[in-house]
Design a protein around this ligand. Sequence first.
Ligand SMILES: Nc1nc2c(ncn2[C@@H]2O[C@H](COP(=O)(O)OP(=O)(O)OP(=O)(O)O)[C@@H](O)[C@H]2O)c(=O)[nH]1
Ligand SMILES: [Mg+2]
Length: 299
Amino acid sequence: MAETKRAGFVAILGAPNAGKSTLVNLVVGSKIAIVTPKVQTTRARVRGVRMAGATQIVLVDTPGIFAPKRTLDRAMIEAAWSGATEADLVVLLIDATRGLDDDAMRIVAGLKEAGRRAIAVINKVDAVAREKLLPLAKTLDQTGIVTDVFMVSALKGDGVDDLVRHLAARLPEGEWLYPEDQLSDITERFLAAEVVREKLFLQLGDELPYAATVETERFSEQPDGSARIEATIFVQKDSQKPIVLGKDGRRIKAIGQAARLELEGLLGRRVHLFLFVKVRKNWADDPARFRAMGLNFPR
Ligand SMILES: Nc1nc2c(ncn2[C@@H]2O[C@H](COP(=O)(O)OP(=O)(O)OP(=O)(O)O)[C@@H](O)[C@H]2O)c(=O)[nH]1
Ligand SMILES: [Mg+2]
């Protein structure tokens, strides 16, 4: 007899930089969400699909949850919490190097308030001393909202198979939500903009990435099978434009080159990438920019 089909959503919640996108990419087996060492990399919800036998696990990567300051922050956090609302299971991802800090406690409080329980996953176990893990697991257990505690390294893959098995077994019976061979709900246009934003985050100092957003303006297939992509980097101030461009345009060139190489790997075809930098002072208060990012504009 065929195995019973199961399917459902698993929202991954956590503080900024906990490794949510790294975990989702690993479980999906393909890069669908960008990853950087900086906080607040992910801005919108992204769904990734992993088949485990007859079970379809739809992982929902979310923006990190923190104390919001800007309109964009509020939109990101709303996106994260709405990811949890629609989910069958919630994973609370904890950065082992930070433990249950203020950001993590804020999520615990939010889950409590919503009457939700979560599977706690302690990530980055490769980066801390073993002795620290058991006390952390105990503290998580005592929050009263945690059903199980797993320890993983999303970077190295340790412990992730166990977690996937656990998730699969707890999803409800039902028809699959996506075609079996689909890996995510993102479009190639969105992926292109995100990969450019990742390279921008990696190339720039601490402040500027947060002043920038990237949109794919044109995406067309060429007769020779390659893709032609035009993307615009929006910054908020005139003074930020030369920083993105770099001396003699060297920085934008490096960003473009790195993005193109990665996109060729991800899209499986040659890519011609054209980047533009524009100043749009109010993009962070412009509902259209939020929609382009996959976010609702907070009221
Ligand atoms: N040592 C170690 N580093 C990790 C691990 N998982 C993720 N990282 C690193 O942590 C940083 C943040 O990873 P992301 O996956 O972008 O984290 P995130 O939770 O999605 O971050 P936001 O989208 O900003 O909320 C990156 O530099 C990762 O390489 C891990 O298991 N071990
Ligand atoms: Mg992320």
